[in-house]
Design a protein around this ligand. Structure first.
Ligand SMILES: [Mg+2]
Length: 234
């Protein structure tokens, strides 16, 4: 039933959000002399939402948002050594080990025998390329696409680029907003695998469930091959 199965990367193939949360916590510690953690997180999230359109998604945008929020929270008093600490935190994020989810390697090894596999991810180009290389998974994927955003238009263009019929395309990911709803909107299939943590930006309100859900939800990626077998038999 599917010619191509595409995977999101962050929080679908490997853990990502915990790294951001841990850095956020360190950021709050740095700013503790000025504001409580709640106010610090709020200022940081606001800076992120405003900075996406300037810098896109990923660590660079996050680092610049931390610096901007720190300047604001400290009333311009943040010492330069603390700015350096923030930059060092961002460098630490780039170098953090890639922690794969359980089952990922087996699932990709199995599905790559029968399907063309693809990665579609957003974020900093250098960071995503580096994580894909360090993950040891690159060999399973025929195409790797690092895009600046994941909208229906972006998916439509990618499918056209590789001559993929949306009806024979399956996207797997942890974000309803980026991986599931825009794919369903262009007639593709989607498997939603929620992660325990979701970045504030990725929260969406699901429209009233009058229509039957147009995507499948699985508890973990280990269940994907069985789901694909079942839908292919039908
Ligand atoms: Mg993700």
């Amino acid at each position: 039933m599917y010619d191509v199965i595409a995977f999101d990367a962050d929080d679908t193939l490997w853990h990502s959000e915990p790294l951001y949360r841990a850095t956020e916590e360190a950021f709050c510690g740095l700013l503790a002399g000025y504001h409580d953690a709640e106010a610090a997180v709020e200022a940081l999230h606001q800076a992120e939402m405003q900075n996406i359109r300037y810098f896109g998604y990923g660590i660079r945008m996050f680092a610049l948002s931390m610096i901007e929020a720190a300047i604001e929270l400290s009333g311009g008093q943040i010492p330069t050594r603390d700015i350096q600490s923030i930059i060092d935190m961002a460098k630490g994020m780039r170098e953090a080990p890639v922690r794969l989810f359980e089952h990922v390697e087996d699932v990709l090894a199995s599905l790559s025998q029968s399907h063309t596999l693809m990665v579609i991810t957003k974020g900093d180009l250098i960071d995503q390329e580096d994580k894909i290389a360090r993950s040891g998974l690159a060999g399973y994927f025929t195409h790797i696409e690092i895009v600046s955003d994941k909208t229906s238009d972006v998916y439509r263009a990618l499918l056209a680029k590789y001559s993929i019929d949306p009806r024979r395309f399956l996207m797997v990911g942890n974000s309803l907003k980026s991986d599931i709803l825009p794919v369903v909107a262009i007639g593709g299939h989607a498997v939603f695998i929620p992660y325990e943590l979701t970045w504030a930006y990725e929260h969406v309100t699901i429209p009233d469930e009058e229509d039957p859900k147009q995507y499948t939800e699985l508890e973990h990626i280990g269940l994907l091959p069985e789901h694909i077998r079942q839908t292919s038999d039908g």
